[in-house]
Design a binder for this molecule. Sequence first.
Ligand code: ACO
Length: 325
Amino acid sequence: MTELSSRIAGIGSHLPERILTNDEISAMVDTSDSWIRERTGIRQRHIAGEGVTTCDLAERAARRALDDAGLAAEDLDLIVVATTTPDFTFPSVGTMLQARLGATKGAAFDVQAVCTGFVYALAMADNMIARGQARTALVVGAETMSRILDWTDRSTCVLFGDGAGAMVLQADETASGPERSGILGTYLRSDGRFKDLLHVDGGPSSTGTVGHLRMVGNQVFRHAITNIAESMTTIAGRSGVTIEEVDWFVPHQANQRILEGVARKLSIPTEKVISTVADHGNTSAASVPLAFDRAVQDGRIKRGDLVLMEALGGGFTWGAALARF
Ligand code: ACO
C-alpha cells in the first residue's frame, strides 16, 4: 500500500485576552520580574478568564486553522486534541470540539503527553493519513494550565500560561521524493522512570481531585537539553536532512535558556529559533502550534520552508516532527 503524505493545509491559534505580568505575580508570591526574566525569559503569560475552558480556546484556534485552509468542519474526518487540562475527565475535548464545529465524520479523541502533546498528536494524525484512515485531520494543542497551578508555589506558577494552536492536515497523493511537502517525519519517545521530576499530584483514580503541577525544575532542565537535542538530530537523520538545512526551529516554549542551550549544542543560529516564551510562557501542548502560527503570521515561516518542531514534557515524553510547510 502506498503511503500518503500529510500536507499542512492551514494553521491558526488563539490566546485569551487577559495578560498576567511578572509584576502581578510578584504581588502574589515571593518572586520578581527580574528573577523570572533572567531564569526563564518570560515577561508575561495569557490566562483564560473565569468560565473559559480548554475547549473554548481550542475552538477559536481550530476555526482559524480551518479558515486558513479554506476548508469547512464537514471536511474533517479526524480530530486529535493534545491536552493535559481537559474540560472534563470525559468526554474528550476532541469529541466536544467535533460537536462545537459541527463535524460529524470520522473520529475525535485526545492525546495526553503533556508538553510533547502536539508532537504526539501530529504523529497520530500523520500516521492515520499515511494509512488512508483519514483524509482531512484537525490537530489541536490546547491548555488551561492556570487551572492546575499551585498559585502559592513560586517555582512553578511563574512558568505557565493558557492558549491553543491548531493545524489542518490533508492527504496528498501527488507529493513524493525529497521535495515533497507536509510532514516528512515524526519521532516519539518516553521514559516513565522520571515521573517524580514533573507530575500533577492528583487525578480521578488516585486522589479524586484535579491536583497541582509539581516540578523539580533544575533536573527537568538537564534532561530537556539532552533529550531535545537527541530528538532533533534523530529526526533530521531519519529524514535525510542536516540540521543546517532546516530553515526554522519551532521548539516547545518552556524556558528561553533551554532554547538557547539546545541551539548552542547543535550550533543553530538563534535567529532560526522561533521563541514566544517571553509573551506566552509555557502553554504546554499549545506552545508549538502557537509559536508556529506566530512565525507564519509575521512572515518568517513561508510556504516551502523546512521546519523542525520539538518538545519535552511530563512523563517524561519527548519528540520531534519535521515538515516542509
Ligand atoms: N522567584 C524567585 N526565586 C525562585 C523562584 C521564583 N519564581 N523559583 C525558584 N526560586 C528559587 C529556588 O527556591 C532556589 O532557591 P534556593 O537556592 O534558596 O533553594 C533558587 O531559586 C534556584 O532554584 P532552581 O530550581 O535551581 O532554579 P533554576 O535556575 O533551575 O530555574 C526553572 C528554575 C526556571 C524552573 C528552571 O529549572 C526550568 O526552566 N526548568 C525546566 C522547566 C521545563 O523545561 N519544563 C518543561 C516541561 S513542563 C511540562 O511538561 C508541564
